[in-house]
Each structure stands twice: as C-alpha cells, then as structure tokens.
Design a protein around this ligand. Structure first.
Ligand code: DQA
Length: 140
C-alpha cells in the first residue's frame, strides 16, 4: 500500500518548538523513521508539510486514486478548518487524524476537532509514535 503523511501548520518546527510537548526530534527525522517503518512492512509513504490550509486541501484532493490512506496531523487547523474537513469528506481515501500531544489534557480549544467526524479514526498523545500507530492501523 501507498500512504501520504500530511502535516499542517507549524509542524515544520517540530524539534524546535515547545520541545516539552512535541519532543526533540525534527519532522524530517520522524518522517525518515516512518518511511523505514512503512518499508519494513512492504509499504511506501510520501510526505508533505504546509503552513497553508489550501495547499493541504489540494494535497488531499490529489490523493484520490493515488494513495491507500492518509495520515494527517493538521496542527491548529484541526480545531477550525471546515475547508480541510470538506476536503477529507470529498475523497474516498481513508484519513487517520493524528496528534503528538494529548490534546484533551491541554487548552480547552484543542478539545474540539472539526475533522474527526470525517476521519476513519484518531490517534493522539503518543508523540512521534502517534504517526507510527496511525500508519499501522491501515494494515492491521
Ligand atoms: C498538534 C496539536 C494541535 O493542537 C497543535 O495546534 C499542533 C500540534 C499535535 O500534534 O499535538 O500544532 O496537532
């Protein structure tokens, strides 16, 4: 299977911002680990990060017919982007929502996700392992 790992706004700063919350590893190193993890199970993964909501919507639209699943950490867009929600609803590719932190143990605004309802599932709170678990969910 072929997967798309999508990261949204500010996730490019992973490893540099709020290290106590998001860890010390960069997104590049997490992605390298994910690529190796997928390959070890006979799958492949492509990676895309953007701070722009529309670019993420386009990536989801373009995933139709090309990928078997999307792992999506939309960052703060999670909490209010109806555009991303509609993009997910518009494609048949299953999307698993991911968060590194336990968003339910943080500020109240993080407890709302406008995406979960149109996603296959959600994995949160396990740092970089949230991405691994989300990927693995596609072949379990
Ligand atoms: C996040 C949680 C979001 O609330 C936050 O805006 C992020 C990262 C996470 O991975 O824990 O940017 O999605």
């Amino acid at each position: 299977m072929k997967f798309l790992v999508l990261n949204g706004v500010n996730l490019n700063l992973t490893g540099r911002r709020e290290r106590g919350v998001y860890g010390e590893e960069t997104l590049g190193s997490i992605n390298a680990e994910l690529a190796a993890f997928a390959a070890a199970h006979g799958h492949s993964a492509d990676f895309f990060q953007s701070n722009l909501e529309g670019e993420l919507c386009t990536a989801i639209q373009n995933a139709e017919g090309k990928y078997d699943g999307i792992v999506l950490n939309a960052g703060a867009f999670t909490h209010y982007s109806y555009a991303l929600r509609d993009a997910i609803a518009a494609v048949t590719v299953p999307v698993v929502e991911v968060h590194m932190s336990n968003v339910h143990a943080r500020e109240a605004f993080r407890r709302t996700s406008v995406l979960t309802e149109v996603c296959r599932g959600e994995i949160l709170g396990f740092g970089k392992h949230s991405y691994m678990l989300a990927l693995e969910s596609f072949w379990l």
